[in-house]
Each structure stands twice: as structure tokens, then as C-alpha cells.
Design a protein around this ligand. Sequence first.
Ligand code: AMP
Length: 425
Amino acid sequence: MSFNSLGLSPALLQAISQKGYTNPSPIQEKAIPPVLEGHDVLASAQTGTGKTAGFTLPLLHILSENPKQKYRPIRALILTPTRELAAQVYANVQEYSAFLNLKSAVIFGGVNQKPQAAAIRQGIDVLVATPGRLLDLQRQGLLSLKRVEIFVLDEADRMLDMGFLRDIKSVIDVMPDKRQNLMFSATFSPDIKKLAQGILNQPVQVETTPENTTVDAITQKVYRVAKGSKPGLIIKLISDGNWKQVLVFTRTKHGANKLCEKMMKAGISAAAIHGNKSQGARTKALSGFKSGRVRVLVATDIAARGLDIPLLPHVINYELPNVSEDYVHRIGRTGRAGAKGEAISLVCAEETTYLRDIEKLIGLKLPVSIIEGFEPDPNASTKPEKRPQGRRTSNQNNNGDRKNNSYKPKEASPGRNSRQRRNKR
Ligand code: AMP
């Protein structure tokens, strides 16, 4: 199938061709037609499948077909869980609307709100936002969502995981009832299905990859190793393979920093990206990684969500996640849009249970190898390491964004259990 047969306007086809896309990805093929027909859509799609264009292209088409309104009220809202994803989606919106008379803006926390408020005051058609800053500005009367025609909830599973359920409900309360809703999620837990029921009206369901299965283009490997030998092994793998662009996941921010230092000592350029880093530091680390100046980007799960790194060849789980779904999200960073990728996990004895849980979730037994000199410790306990059961404070989310102080969640959100297990990120 070609983009021409999807019914998109010539201005959008021109932008698509400028991006260098030749054919729509499966999610685009399936999602674009029902969105253009005005249906609500519930799509299961991982990052890397081209889902952003799957909702952005038809959304822009619909907005550009209808007459522009004099004061440019916000007519489309795209809600994303993280700043990085918001910035990435916004960049895509700009590229795809290059030949259209539509204006867009992005807002997220962690940076001065003034330029964001000024951009909105000038009148925009499409707003990309993270929930905290959106509600902040809305409550200050600096933006109105009363004229929203299309609402996109991107990475809905991660939204719940990050405790944004109440915020999502608050956003919905300030939008008109009559609107088109598009919801994208990589995984479909019962909580996600419940959220979808509350938001979507007779949605068309679009599925490209089966629930929680990993993309075929990704080769997955496990190296069994003693915990203390992990730094040596990861440095060996990266050096011997002469890998130039590797995304490494650690479970904690402290772990990310420590590993980064070890890499640098071994002469491998590395940067860490996590919730304790300022927005400026995160942007710098990411652009260094994208440009090839930084070989290794060490990230925690929350920080990595939403990073758009095209054609990433290697992902390494330095530590396995204790929330199995995160494994699927992590390895979705490689093998993007049809390219081949490799996902490697370094697994020590105490991560045995996590490995088993992951294999159960993805329905696959992962091939295990041992590298000479980096053998697992036969005497180590397989009992999972004890992690403190801390919870995030009510006014700070895992993204490090300060939330509006008037927002104090009392009820447990569906993401609560996983959040409890997810401390220290
Ligand atoms: P996404 O899943 O939206 O994060 O997109 C993943 C990557 O695929 C991004 O780098 C996009 O620019 C790229 N992409 C999106 N659609 C296509 C397409 N039809 N052909 C090739 N690449 C694409």
C-alpha cells in the first residue's frame, strides 16, 4: 500500500515524501483510514512502529479540511506522559504540517512556562502537552480546551503507570463532550481497557502486534553473569562489538550515574538520562547520543520513555526491570520501523525471578549464554534483591515534574502496584 491510497491531502503527502517515507507502516495503514472517517480509535502500538504519524497525519488532515477559526482555539490536544515524548511528537507535528496553514505548540514541566503561555496566546490549532503543565496553565486561565475537536492520549499505559489517571480525568472534564478520541497504548491491561471505555465512543480497534509480544525484528539474548562482573561484561560487549550507539537501561538513577562513570573510565563516551537530570542536561545527553558524539546512553525506564532514536541497533538491559512490561517497552527501542535490532540482558542470580516473569509475559524462552571470564556466581542466592517499598510523593511524579500543589491524589490509581515496585527511579 502507498500513502497516496490513504486519502491524505497533497500537502501532507508532500511532507511525508520530504521525510523520506515511501510506504505507510502497518499501524499507519490500519489507523489512518478510521481516523479520517471520524471514528474514535483504540490502537495497540509500541514506540517505533510509526504510531505518531498514525494519529498526527489524519488529525492534521481533518483540521486543515475544516475552516480555520478566527481566534485559533486549540482544536486538537495530544497528551503524552513525558517531556521527551511531547517534544518528539511536537517535532513530528511541525514536520508533517510544514505545508499546511496550521499552528502548533508544545508544553511540559521543568522549564519556564512564560514562552509556552505566550505561544498559546498567539493562537494555535494543535497542542502537545504533558498532563501536569497542561492543567497548571489551564487552571491559571492561560489556555482553554473548550474547543477541542480531537483528543489523542498517547502511551496511555505509561500514563497510568506514572499516576496520571486523575490528571487525565481532569483534562477530560474541561473538554467538550463531543469530540473524536484516539488512544494509543503498547500494552492492554484491564486498567487500560477500563480507561478506554470511559473515554472512547464505539472505537475502531487497531492492532498491529499482539499484546505484550516483542517485535520480530529484534534478536533477544540473555547473558548470565555474576553481579559484580556486569560492568566488565558490558564494557567488553560494547568494545569488542565496536558498537557505536547503545542504549543501556539501569533500574535506578544512582545505578545509571555509576555505570556512566565506569564507561567513561574505560574510554567509552557515555551520558546518563534520568529524572534527577535537568531538562537541559537530558536534551544535551540525547542530542549527543543522536549525533554520535556519545556512544552509550544510560537511562532509567521513565526517562527513556518517549525517546525517539531512529534505527537504534543495540539495547542492553544492564539490570532487568522488576515490572515485566517495562522489558517490552525497553526493547521496543530497537528494531524500529522495520530495522533489525539486538536486545541483550545481563542477568545475575537474583534477577532469575524477573527473567522468568518476563518470559511468561512475552511467551518466549530467551536464549541464554555465558561469556568466558564473566561466568555467573554459582553460590549467589536467586532470591530477588530487597527493594524499599517507597512511594513517590503526591506532588512529584517519576518524571521529576513538580505537580500542581492543589492536586493531592487520595484514591489509588491503577498504576499503584507497579509504582510501589518502581521506587528510586
Ligand atoms: P514512532 O513509533 O512514531 O516513534 O516512529 C518511529 C520512527 O519511525 C520515527 O523515527 C519515524 O520518523 C519513523 N517512521 C514513521 N513512519 C514511517 C514510515 N512510514 N516509513 C519509515 N519510517 C517511518
